[in-house]
Design a protein around this ligand. Structure first.
Ligand SMILES: [Ca+2]
Ligand SMILES: [Ca+2]
Ligand SMILES: [Ca+2]
Ligand SMILES: [Ca+2]
Length: 459
C-alpha cells in the first residue's frame, strides 16, 4: 500500500483577488488523482472505504485554534447536510436576495466545494492546476494526450466546455451519462453501465464530454447552473446546492470496486459534524497556508487495485485575508420546507418518446414553517420558451415570473399540475421547477426549490 500527499491540492485555490473585479474568471464528473500519473481510470473513495459494502461515516471538525472558529460552525453544518442529502438541483447560482454583501465570499459555498474534494471529487474543468490561464481553464478536464499539449478549440458554438469542443488527442477525464452527455441531469442508476469516460459512448454528433460550467448551462433550457466542484466562486454569490454532476460523480464512486450499482461492494457516505477538534477525518482551519482555500488529501490504493483509492485524511485550509460571509442560520430538516416536483411520479431525469404520457406533480411539507406566508411558483423551461403556472392553474408563456399562488405554506401531497396524455409536446429538453419563498412579496426568490428534467426523443 502506498501513501502520498497530493500537493496539487494546494494549487486548488481560487485567484480570489481578481475575482473581486472580474465576472466568471474561474470556473464533476472527475475524481481526485485521475490523470497521467496515477491513471485516467482512477476512482477515489471517501475515508473508510475498504472495498466491502457499508455505510461510511466521515467526521468533519473545525480546528479549535482556527481564526473565526466559532463563526464557521453553522456554515460547516449546513454544507455537511447538503452533501448528505445529495439532491441534484438547477439554478444553484444565486446572486441576488442572498444576504451576502457584494464584496464578500460565501464561506458555506466554498466549504461545500472543499468538502467535495475531501470525499474524492476533483474539478470537472481543467482549472488552475492545468497551468492554463483565463477562460481556457473552463475546458473539460483531460490529460494532454500523446502530443503533450492541451488541444483547445471551442468548436462552432464558441462556448468552452460544451459538446462540440475539438480536443485533438487529449484524453477525457470526465464521466458523462452514456449517449446523453449532459452534466445537468442524472438518470436513475449511476454506474459504469450508464456513465463513461470513453468518447465512443458520446451521442454520435458530440465531440467531447460536456462539463457543468455556468456558461455551458445557458445552452440548455435550464436555469443558470454550475457544478459545485467547478473551481472558483465570485464575491456576492452563493452556490449552496449540488448540481446533477456533483451527485452523479459521488454516486459513481458509491457503486464500489466493481463500478456496478446494486452489488455487495456498494457504499453510502454520511458526513458527521464533530465540532471543535483536530482529530476528525476532515479538519477545517483558517490557517492562511493557501491563497484562498484548498483541501489537501492523503490516499492509499485499495489492496492491489490500482484503479481505486481511498482517502485517509483531509485538511481544508482557508485564508483569513479575504472578506468572508459566515452564514448564521442553521438549516435542519425540520427548519427547511421539503419541496419536490416529479415527472411521471419520479424525480430523476427521464427520456421519453413522442406519444408517452408526461405528468407533472408537486409535493410540499412545510415542516416548522407551516402557516408562514409565501409565494408559490411553478416554472417550465422548454425548447419553445419559458412558461409559468398562473393562479388559474394554466401554463402561460412569459419571460418574467408569474406567481401561481400567494398564501400560507401548507402540506401538499401529490398535486397533479399537468398531464399530456396525447404526447403532443415537441422533441427536446424540458426543465420544470416548483418553488416556495420565505416571504410573500410577489417577487420570485425560489428560497426552497425543486427541479426535474425530461427529454422527448425526436424518433
Ligand atoms: Ca493533446
Ligand atoms: Ca463548444
Ligand atoms: Ca458495486
Ligand atoms: Ca418572494
Amino acid at each position: 500500500m502506498s501513501s502520498f500527499s497530493f500537493a496539487a491540492g494546494v494549487m486548488r485555490s481560487s485567484i480570489a483577488a481578481i475575482l473581486f473585479l472580474l465576472p466568471s474568471l474561474l470556473q464533476s464528473g472527475v475524481f481526485e488523482f485521475a490523470g497521467e500519473i496515477h491513471g485516467v481510470d482512477v476512482i477515489t473513495h471517501p475515508t473508510g472505504y475498504d472495498g466491502t459494502g457499508n455505510k461510511l461515516i466521515v467526521t468533519v471538525g473545525i480546528a479549535p485554534s482556527s481564526i473565526h472558529a466559532d463563526r464557521m460552525a453553522v456554515a460547516v453544518q449546513n454544507a455537511i447536510q447538503t452533501w448528505n442529502q445529495l439532491i441534484p438541483t438547477l439554478g444553484n447560482i444565486v446572486t441576488s436576495g442572498n444576504r451576502i454583501p457584494v464584496d464578500q465570499f460565501d464561506f458555506e459555498s466554498v466549504t461545500l466545494h472543499e468538502l467535495g474534494h475531501c470525499i474524492g471529487l476533483s474539478h470537472p474543468n481543467l482549472a488552475v492546476e492545468s497551468g492554463l490561464t483565463g477562460n481556457d481553464k473552463n475546458y473539460t478536464a483531460s490529460t494532454k494526450g500523446a502530443n503533450q499539449v492541451y488541444d483547445l478549440n471551442p468548436g462552432i458554438d464558441g462556448i468552452i466546455g460544451s459538446s462540440d469542443d475539438i480536443r485533438g488527442d487529449d484524453v477525457n477525464l470526465h464521466w458523462f451519462p452514456k449517449g446523453v452527455n449532459n452534466p445537468f441531469l442524472i438518470p436513475q442508476t449511476v454506474d459504469q453501465l450508464t456513465y463513461s469516460r470513453d468518447l465512443g459512448d458520446l451521442p454520435v454528433v458530440d465531440h467531447f464530454a460536456v462539463n457543468a460550467d455556468r456558461d455551458v448551462s445557458e445552452i440548455y433550457p435550464i436555469e443558470k447552473t454550475e457544478a459545485v466542484m467547478q473551481q472558483g466562486i465570485l464575491a456576492g454569490e452563493w452556490r449552496r446546492t449540488l448540481a446533477a454532476d456533483d451527485v452523479a460523480t459521488l454516486r459513481l464512486g458509491m457503486s464500489g470496486m466493481d463500478r456496478i450499482a446494486g452489488t455487495a461492494d456498494d457504499y453510502t457516505v454520511e458526513l458527521h459534524y464533530a465540532g471543535f477538534t483536530d482529530n476528525a477525518d476532515i479538519t477545517l482551519a483558517f490557517d492562511d497556508k493557501v491563497t484562498f482555500s484548498a483541501c489537501e488529501i492523503q490516499a492509499d490504493f485499495l489492496g492491489g487495485n490500482h484503479n481505486h483509492l481511498a482517502i485517509q485524511t483531509g485538511n481544508i485550509s482557508f485564508n483569513s485575508n479575504f472578506p468572508w460571509y459566515f452564514e448564521t442560520e442553521l438549516r435542519t430538516p425540520e427548519s427547511t420546507p421539503a419541496v419536490a416536483i416529479r415527472i411521471n411520479d419520479q424525480t430523476y431525469a427521464q427520456q421519453l418518446q413522442r406519444g408517452d404520457t408526461v405528468k407533472l406533480s408537486v409535493t410540499l411539507d412545510p415542516h416548522d414553517k407551516n402557516g408562514n406566508l409565501s409565494d408559490y411558483w411553478v416554472k417550465a423551461m422548454t425548447p419553445f420558451g419559458t412558461f409559468w403556472l398562473n393562479e388559474n392553474m394554466q401554463f402561460v408563456a412569459s419571460e418574467v415570473p408569474i406567481r401561481a399562488y400567494g398564501g400560507s405554506l401548507v402540506h401538499i401531497s401529490g398535486l397533479s399540475l399537468f398531464e399530456d396524455a396525447a404526447g403532443q409536446l415537441p422533441p427536446g429538453l424540458y426543465s420544470v421547477y416548483f418553488a416556495v419563498d420565505d416571504n410573500m412579496d410577489g417577487i420570485y426568490d425560489g428560497t426552497f426549490k425543486s427541479s426535474a428534467i425530461f427529454t422527448i426523443q425526436s424518433f
